[in-house]
Write a protein that binds this ligand. Sequence first.
Ligand code: PLP
Ligand code: COI
Length: 339
Amino acid sequence: MEQINWSDLTFGYMPTDYNVRCVCKNGVWGELEVSSSEYINIHMAATCLHYGQEAFEGMKAFRGKDGRVRIFRMRDNAERMQSSSRGIMMAQLPVEKFEEAVLKVVKLNERFVPPYQSGASLYIRPLLIGTSAQVGVKPARDYMFLVFVTPVGPYFKAGFKPTPYAIMRQYDRVAPLGTGTIKVGGNYAASLAAGEKAHEMGYSAVLYLDSKEKKYLDECGPANFFGIRGNSYITPKSDSILPSITNKSLMTLAEEMGMTVERRHILVEELATFDEAGACGTAAVISPVSRIDDIDENKSYVFSKDGEPGKVCLKLYNKLRAIQYGDEPDTHGWITYVD
Ligand code: PLP
Ligand code: COI
């Protein structure tokens, strides 16, 4: 096998040996199939191509000091994919089938699970698409689920270093009562223009405000947002953000560390009162925020002047990583072993 330089991995795609697929015809899910092809063969009129009937998930597998491979919160991802499916009228894959497919694909590609302490992990990407030919705007009858894996390093180049984010008030990612709470491709397409502009200007990502009033914080392009004030972990409550499994885990860990967790509307101006801020997600883990520029309002909120993450971000990051890599016991039932 080609030598992989695990510590130099970025968040990119690398081919692995196998992917696992399953099709749903007329509401009936078939058997799991193993494929070594990176391609799928679908009808040119498939609803996923024309009307965006597509949802995906993201989770990670980690190799511990003991060599065992651990998947983090797989069931939560399975349930969220069902919620996405309901949101855009797709067939729901049973949770057990999702879990079976994920375990199978990780096991089949075990040689791609990065070694302990390389800082890398195996990213798991489940995908569900409508495959029936349809020209009228209607849900498909048939669906394809597939899951592939690829080893990854940090999502943001800087890794666990604070980087700047931008509020760009001319762009919305999702509508107030739209698809923000589910993980569908259209949300990401809608974020590309603002995201690329932000990158060109030197920002890691966009911090979106609520699209209705532009008063409250929503979330970052590919991650939820949280702020730390004193002993409080504060994160937006919104009808247009993805319920992040990482954020949910951090809320639990913060509480266990004796912090107060506040999940509520956060006015943009409140950023001035935060000691620390971070973006959190499977890909982002915790990406500390150095500064947020509210570009059109000509305002800046600074959280890190010395280029180092804040104390609380660091503590939460270390705790979460320790559970994921098995350095600390899994007291919440978040880990599934791939043995
Ligand atoms: N918000 C958005 C828009 C995302 O794409 C993601 C990534 O999955 C998250 C938040 C973080 O969610 P999770 O922690 O479940 O990965
Ligand atoms: C994730 O964190 O898993 C994501 O899906 C974010 C991004 C890569 C879309």
